[in-house]
Design a binder for this molecule. Structure first.
Ligand code: PNS
Length: 166
């Protein structure tokens, strides 16, 4: 049984993330989308909302699980008895920080391997941050995020009158 963990903030889930998860399901028996409980950042979507979004998108995919974690990623991966960390690489600019993270994780957990996957070309420029910024400034995000994210962004905009992208 090959179990992989795909960690991230997912604030919000984008079609780039979905593409990576889909590709991961072809390589691994099970993939856990592990959402970081990050106390330092102030996310737009609450942890519960982020979990609900991933669950909604993958509701018919029993090999995709959603979970949350805090603390060290390698501790979480070990606790879940997984052996692979999946990370998406969009462009060369991602490489340096991802390389550092992968090597630090290897030092902390020598038996855990990081696997980098490339999303489809049409998603290589998307980031959660850019989605929030474009949406908050009135730009169109359809096709870049799942419908449920677009709907929830609109709901937030209606509730608050604006969307804070910080
Ligand atoms: O979606 P993101 O924000 O790029 O994900 C970053 C994430 C969650 C993978 C990374 O911040 C992380 O693993 N945090 C947990 C703390 C940790 O293990 N740090 C040491 C490895 S650099």
């Amino acid at each position: 049984m090959k179990l992989a963990v795909y960690p991230g903030s997912f604030d919000p889930l984008t079609n780039g993330h979905i593409d990576i998860i889909e590709r991961g399901t072809h390589l691994f028996d099970r993939i856990i989308v592990a959402i970081l409980v990050n106390v330092e950042k102030s996310p737009l979507f609450s942890m519960q909302e982020r979990v609900e979004i991933v669950k909604d998108v993958f509701k018919n995919r029993p090999t995709v699980e959603v979970d949350t974690f805090d603390g060290l990623l390698v501790d979480y991966v070990t606790r879940r008895k997984a052996d692979v960390i999946v990370r998406g690489l969009r462009a060369l600019s991602d490489f340096e920080s991802e390389f550092q993270m992968a090597l630090m994780n290897r030092r902390l957990g020598p038996n855990i391997e990081t696997v980098f996957m490339m999303p489809a070309e049409q998603y290589t420029y998307i980031s959660s941050r850019m989605i929030k910024e474009v949406f908050s400034l009135g730009g169109q995000v359809r096709g870049l995020v799942p419908d449920v994210v677009e709907r929830r962004l609109k709901e937030k905009q209606l509730m608050k009158g604006n969307v804070n992208v910080s």
